[in-house]
Design a protein around this ligand. Structure first.
Ligand code: NI
Length: 161
């Protein structure tokens, strides 16, 4: 496993649509391992392949307190959303910043696991937010496009709270 370089806001790869994964191989498997390691090392709750420069439809998420419940979504598709939550959001590609984004409060997604078996996952609150945020990355969309008001400095935001 290896830490990969996280592409930053302004890098054109972050605006491109990612492609479906049609077969599992050593390269994709290594990509997933590296994405998990890179996300944990950066203290993130999610990371999408385009953020490490790979235009494939794979995201990793871990919203658990202990950072020990990794979720891998390959070719994810949102099946259902409901409700609404408005709150602060950040992105490893936009370091040091947070902004207010409204997302569904519930999301149901269909994806494939590392064995390319289909499964469904439901999430609420932070998990729902993370799923929406990461799936946006696969469409070349950054949360900064959805921010209500302005981006804030993350440290200032914490001091205010
Ligand atoms: Ni992000």
């Amino acid at each position: 496993m290896a830490i990969r370089q996280i592409r930053k806001w302004g890098d054109s790869i972050l605006t491109k649509q990612a492609k479906e994964i049609t077969e599992m191989n050593g390269r994709i498997s290594a990509l997933i391992d590296d994405m998990l390691e890179t996300m944990y090392e950066a203290d993130g709750v999610g990371l999408a392949a385009p953020q490490v420069g790979v235009l494939k439809r794979v995201v990793v998420i871990d919203v658990s307190e202990e950072a020990d419940q990794p979720i891998v979504l390959i070719n994810p598709v949102i099946l259902e959303t409901s409700g609404e939550q408005t709150g602060g959001e950040g992105c490893l590609s936009v370091p040091g910043k947070v902004g207010t984004v409204t997302r569904p409060n519930y999301v149901k997604v269909r994806a494939k696991n590392r064995e390319l078996q289909e499964f469904e996952l439901e999430g609420t609150e932070l998990l729902a937010r993370a799923i929406c945020h990461e799936l946006d990355h696969l469409e070349g969309i950054l949360y900064v496009e959805k921010v209500e008001g302005e981006l804030h400095d993350a440290r200032m935001e914490m001091e205010e709270e």
